[in-house]
Write a protein that binds this ligand. Sequence first.
Ligand SMILES: C[S@@+](CC[C@H](N)C(=O)[O-])C[C@H]1O[C@@H](n2cnc3c(N)ncnc32)[C@H](O)[C@@H]1O
Length: 383
Amino acid sequence: MAVSDRFEAAAICTPGLEPFVETELRALGIKPKPGHTGVVEFKASARQLYAANVWLRTASRVLVRIATFRATDFAHLQQRAEEVDWSSWITDDVAPEFRVSSRKSRLYHTQGIADRLHKVVGPASIGEAGQPFVVRFDRDLCSVSIDASGTPLNHRAWRTDIGVAPLRPTMAAAVLMAAGYDGTEPLVDPFCGCGTIPIEAALLAAKLPPGGTRRFAFQQWPSFQRGTWASVQGEVKAAAQAGVVAQIEAYDRDQAAVDACKANAERAQVSDSVLIERKVVSHLGGHTGKGLIVSNPPYGKRVGDGDLRALYKKFGAVMRQRRPQWGLAMVVADVKLARVADHRLAPVGGFGHGGMTVSVLSRPGSEPSEPSAPLSDPDLQAR
Ligand SMILES: C[S@@+](CC[C@H](N)C(=O)[O-])C[C@H]1O[C@@H](n2cnc3c(N)ncnc32)[C@H](O)[C@@H]1O
């Protein structure tokens, strides 16, 4: 494909996050098409391609298809690669980087494929980042895509203190979407760890892009449209809600987690929006209005001084008592355990995380008239 103003694009995401990516694309005025697992395809103008990279909170990268051809041996591959208009996509001073995969194809030696492509396009970079291309052979059909993002979109520069069991920021954004968080209502994460959920929420509330002022690979393309980019940047500035202080609380019982959360919030420039304190969940303060509890509680066999069932039971009782009207969304490894906290939680998504499958569950807030059960004595023991 030669560079036109209509890109054959695909947003790549963690399998399970596709519906969230589709929702985000629609919000940008882009029509998504279901692709394979972990892929959402879309056609985009240059403006939409740039905006997708800037605003997608749940995707990991955006690719643009530049060529598709059949090749069954190396000579054939080299010949077809020479027909691709590489100069529209990469300048001589940028080194190409080929990420190759092959499935059910006669050409399966991925390093050999990359070597042939380097012969045609230019040598690999020594040291500094170049321009990544994704090359996929499937039943002898080769598709070549250019990575428009460069550094993955799920990389957040503010997140340098990551604690022990951090949630990926893309998943934090997904659970916030599942909870229906729009940045206007109060929010609490009682198990905040390094702060991934509350900081993503604060950025969303301030209408700030998830990656801040980072650079993207498309900015080094020969076809890069400076005027269009300036206009997308203008929209970023116009969207930013200067002076909006979101009401977000972030607590954890672990001092190291609280310190990491504070440092991350500082780097993300959202410290004013997030109250961060060391606190066990049983000491959560009360709130009579509406709001959202969005969290990723501990998982595993045991945690600290008690078993997880007791902790989830306590969490549920504390929420009903102290935040009776608040909605709830959680990322959990064990759905049964989550329902110990609240049996009304319904599954809204699931994805792989650290070698296990985790689920997103949510339930809306309650109306003021609905009675809440008082906390019993065992529930009040500090956990
Ligand atoms: C799965 S981690 C949360 C990770 C977090 N979402 C992040 O991205 O860093 C669970 C957190 O719950 C905290 N925790 C465990 N028991 C707690 C309790 N009783 N009260 C408050 N926090 C607790 C742990 O210290 C841990 O940081």
